[in-house]
Design a protein around this ligand. Structure first.
Ligand code: C2E
Ligand code: MG
Ligand code: MG
Length: 634
C-alpha cells in the first residue's frame, strides 16, 4: 500500500468513526426522550385505571341502593379496586407512577381504608341504604383524589415540565447532530481539498500551471510504454528560449514571468492536445508528441517556433520570443527516457548555435561535436588568459571615392590543440559556456587600443567596426563596458562602430531601444549587421537608433545573377536613405558587383575584391604606403 492510499484509508476511518459516534450520541438522546415519554404514558394509564376502578366501585354502590345491581357485583368491584391498588403499589411497571410526589402515601392510605371497609362491604345488602350512603361518603374524598391524580398525570405541571424537557432534548440533539455532521463534512472537505491542492502543487509548476519536472518524468514513462505497446513513434522536443536571462536582467522579473506564462500557454495551444507540454525549469520546456509520420513531428517544431514568435505586448514596447528546439525520436534515437532527453538536449544545443536553423533534429554525430564544444570552451578560457587570440582587420571603403572609411575587427584563433577555429564557432562556444562577456571585452579593448595607435600615427579619421555578440548586447551591460574601454584607451567615441546582428536588435524592442539610445548618446555609431537575413519589421527599424545597415553578403553574391536580389538590395538602399542610414555592402568579390552597388547608390563596401582581412602590422604598412584607397569601378 502506498503512503497516499494509507493516508486516504486513515482519513476515511476517521470520518466514519466521527459519523458513527455522532449518530450514537444522537440515538442516546432519543432513548432518553423515548423513556421520558413512556413514563408519562405509563403514569397516565395507571392513574386513569385507578380512577376508573374507584368510579366503578362507587357506581356499583349506587346501583345496589337503586336495586339494579346485587351485592355480588359490589364485592367484585371492591376486589378489583383493591387488586388495582396492590398492583399500583407493587408492580415494577408502575414505579414511575409511585414515584410521583404524594402518590405512594395516597395509595397506602387508600389500601388501609379498603382493609377497614372490607367486613362492611361483605355484609352490605340492598336494603341497607344508610350504610351504602355512609360508605359512599367516605369514598368521596378518595374519588376526588383519584380524579386529581388522573387529571394531573395528563395535564399537571410536572407533565408539562417533562414535555418541555423532551422538546428541549429533541431540539438540542438535532442541532447537536446537525452541527457535528456539518463540521465533520466541512473538515473532510477541507482535508480532501488540501490533499488535492498539495498533489497539484507537487506535480505542477506554480508560475505556468504546466506539469513540472517530476510530473514530466511520469508522463514520459507513460508515453514511452504506450508507444512501445502500440508500436508508435514518439518525438521529444526540447524548447529553450533565446536570451531569456537578458530579458530578466534588463526588463525585470515581472516581464520574464509574463513571457514564460505566455510561452507556456502558446505551447499548449500549438500542441492541440496531441501530447504533453511540461516546464523543466527556467526557460526550458519540453513537448512529448506521439506521431505516425516523421514530417508531422518535424512540422510541429516549426509550428511551435512560429507560434512562440508572435509579439507580446508590454507596458512600454513589445517583444517576440525566439526559441531553439532540439528534437529526438523514439525509437530511432533511443528507447529510454534518458537517451531521448539527452539527445533532444544535444540537438537543442545545435539549434541554439546554428545561425540558419532554430530547430534541429538529433543526428548521431552531434554528441561528438558537443564534446568538442566543451573541450573548446576549456581551451578558449586559457586562450583568452594567455593572449592566444588575435584580431584581423578588414577595410571598409567609400565606394564612390575609394577611400578607406573603417576597419572591421574580426576574431581569429589558432589553437595548438584544435587548429584554426572559425569566429562563429568561437562566439557560439563562448556564449554557451559563459565566456561571451570576457571575450567581447577583450575584442573591444584590443580593437580600440589598436585604432588609438593608428590615430596616433596620424590616421585620425579611421574608424573601427567591432562585432558584438547577441548575448552581450541583450544583457544591457554594453553601455558601461564601452564607456570604460573608451576611457581606458583614450579613443574618441566617434571612432567606434558597433555591429549588432539584425535579430538581436529586434528581439525585444523595449530593451533594445534603451540600450541603443544609451550607446548613441555616447557618440558611438551602430550598424545593423547581416541585414536581410533576420526577421526585420520595417516599423521596428524606424524606431531603432541605428545609423548604418550592412547588407548581408548572400544578397551581394546574387546581385548580378538574380534580378530579385538586385531589387531587394535596391529597396534596402532606398529604405536606408529614407531613414537617414548609410549602407555597407558585405562580401564584394567581383567587379560587376561593385559596379552594380555603386549604380544602386550604396555608399560603403567591404569584400575580398577590395581587401581581405589584414593583420594589424599589414594595416600599418598599408596606411604608411598610402594605399588606403582603391580605384573605384566604372
Ligand atoms: P560579419 O560580421 O558579417 O563579418 C564578415 C565576414 O565575412 C567575415 O568572416 C569576413 O572575413 C567575411 N568576408 C569579408 N569579405 C568577404 C567576401 O568577399 N566574401 C566572403 N565569402 N566572405 C567575406 P569571418 O571573419 O569568418 O567572421 C564571421 C562572422 O563571425 C562575422 O560576420 C561576425 O558575425 C562573427 N565575428 C567575427 N569576429 C567577431 C568578434 O570579434 N566578435 C563577435 N561577436 N563576432 C565576430
Ligand atoms: Mg560584422
Ligand atoms: Mg555581416
Amino acid at each position: 500500500m502506498t503512503i497516499k492510499s494509507a493516508k486516504l484509508a486513515l482519513l476515511t476511518i476517521a470520518a466514519l468513526l466521527f459519523s458513527a459516534s455522532s449518530l450514537y450520541s444522537y440515538n442516546r438522546d432519543l432513548d432518553v426522550v423515548r423513556y421520558v415519554s413512556a413514563t408519562i404514558k405509563a403514569v397516565g394509564w395507571a392513574s386513569s385505571e385507578l380512577e376508573m376502578e374507584v368510579l366503578k366501585f362507587d357506581h356499583a354502590l349506587t346501583a345496589l341502593a337503586a336495586g339494579t345491581r346485587d351485592e355480588d357485583h359490589v364485592q367484585l368491584r371492591f376486589e378489583l379496586l383493591w387488586s388495582r391498588i396492590d398492583t399500583l403499589l407493587e408492580g415494577e411497571e408502575n414505579r414511575p407512577m409511585r414515584e410521583q410526589p404524594g402518590v405512594k402515601s395516597l395509595l397506602l392510605e387508600f389500601r388501609q381504608q379498603l382493609q377497614q371497609w372490607e367486613s362492611d362491604v361483605y355484609q352490605l345488602s340492598a336494603g341497607d341504604r344508610a350504610a351504602i350512603v355512609a360508605l359512599k361518603k367516605t369514598l368521596a374524598p378518595y374519588r376526588q383524589q383519584a380524579r386529581e391524580l388522573n387529571v394531573d398525570s395528563f395535564s399537571g405541571g410536572s407533565v408539562w415540565q417533562q414535555l418541555d424537557i423532551i422538546g428541549d432534548i429533541r431540539l438540542r440533539s438535532t442541532i447537536y447532530l446537525g452541527g457535528l455532521l456539518i463540521s465533520g463534512g466541512l473538515m473532510l472537505w477541507l482535508l480532501l481539498r488540501e490533499n488535492r491542492r498539495n498533489r497539484y502543487l507537487a506535480y505542477h509548476d506554480m508560475l505556468t500551471g504546466l506539469p513540472n519536472r517530476m510530473n514530466f518524468y511520469q508522463l514520459m514513462e507513460q508515453s514511452l510504454n504506450r508507444a512501445q505497446r502500440d508500436q508508435r513513434n514518439l518525438a521529444v522536443h526540447m524548447v529553450d528560449l533565446n536570451g531569456f536571462k537578458s530579458i530578466n536582467d534588463s526588463l525585470g522579473h515581472d516581464v520574464g514571468d509574463r513571457v514564460l506564462k505566455v510561452v507556456a500557454s502558446r505551447l499548449g495551444v500549438a500542441l492541440q492536445g496531441q501530447g504533453h507540454v511540461a516546464r523543466l525549469g527556467g526557460d526550458e520546456f519540453v513537448v512529448i508528441q506521439p506521431f505516425d509520420q516523421r514530417d508531422k513531428a518535424e512540422g510541429l517544431s516549426e509550428i511551435l517556433l512560429k507560434t512562440l514568435a508572435a509579439e507580446i505586448r508590454l507596458p512600454d514596447g513589445c517583444l517576440s520570443p525566439q526559441a531553439s528546439i532540439g528534437t529526438s525520436f523514439y525509437p530511432e534515437h533511443g528507447v529510454t527516457m534518458a537517451e531521448l532527453l539527452s539527445h533532444a538536449d544535444t540537438a537543442m544545443y545545435y539549434a541554439k548555435h546554428d545561425p540558419k536553423f532554430s530547430a534541429r533534429v538529433f543526428e548521431p554525430g552531434m554528441d561528438e561535436r558537443r564534446l568538442r564544444s566543451q573541450k573548446l570552451a576549456v581551451a578558449l578560457q586559457l586562450a583568452i588568459e594567455n593572449d592566444e587570440l588575435s584580431l584581423v582587420y578588414q577595410p571598409i571603403f567609400r565606394l564612390d571615392g575609394g577611400n578607406i572609411e573603417s576597419l572591421e575587427a574580426l576574431l581569429r584563433w589558432h589553437s595548438v590543440e584544435h587548429g584554426h577555429i572559425s569566429p562563429l564557432e568561437i562566439i557560439a562556444v563562448a556564449e554557451h559556456h559563459g565566456l561571451a562577456h570576457q571575450l567581447n571585452q577583450w575584442v573591444l579593448f584590443t580593437a580600440c587600443r589598436q585604432l588609438k595607435n593608428w590615430h596616433q600615427q596620424g590616421h585620425g579619421w579611421l574608424k573601427v567596426n567591432v562585432n558584438i555578440s547577441p548575448e552581450i548586447f541583450m544583457s544591457g551591460e554594453l553601455g558601461s563596458t564601452v564607456k570604460a574601454v573608451l576611457q581606458r584607451t583614450g579613443l574618441p567615441a566617434s571612432g567606434l562602430v558597433l555591429e549588432i546582428t539584425e535579430d538581436t536588435s529586434l528581439w525585444d524592442t523595449a530593451g533594445s531601444l534603451e540600450n541603443l539610445t544609451r550607446l548613441r548618446q555616447l557618440g558611438v555609431e551602430i550598424a545593423l549587421d547581416d541585414f536581410g537575413t533576420g526577421y526585420s519589421s520595417f516599423s521596428h527599424l524606424r524606431q531603432l537608433p541605428v545609423n548604418k545597415l550592412k547588407i548581408d553578403k548572400s544578397f551581394v553574391s546574387d546581385l548580378t545573377t538574380d534580378q530579385r536580389a538586385a531589387d531587394l538590395v535596391h529597396t534596402i538602399i532606398k529604405l536606408a536613405e529614407s531613414l537617414d542610414m548609410e549602407v555597407t555592402a558585405e562580401g564584394i568579390e567581383l567587379p560587376e558587383q561593385q559596379q552594380r552597388l555603386l549604380e544602386l547608390g550604396c555608399q560603403l563596401g567591404q569584400g575580398y575584391l577590395l581587401a581581405r582581412p589584414l593583420l594589424a602590422d599589414q594595416v600599418a604598412d598599408w596606411l604608411q604606403q598610402d594605399l588606403q584607397h582603391f580605384t573605384p569601378a566604372g
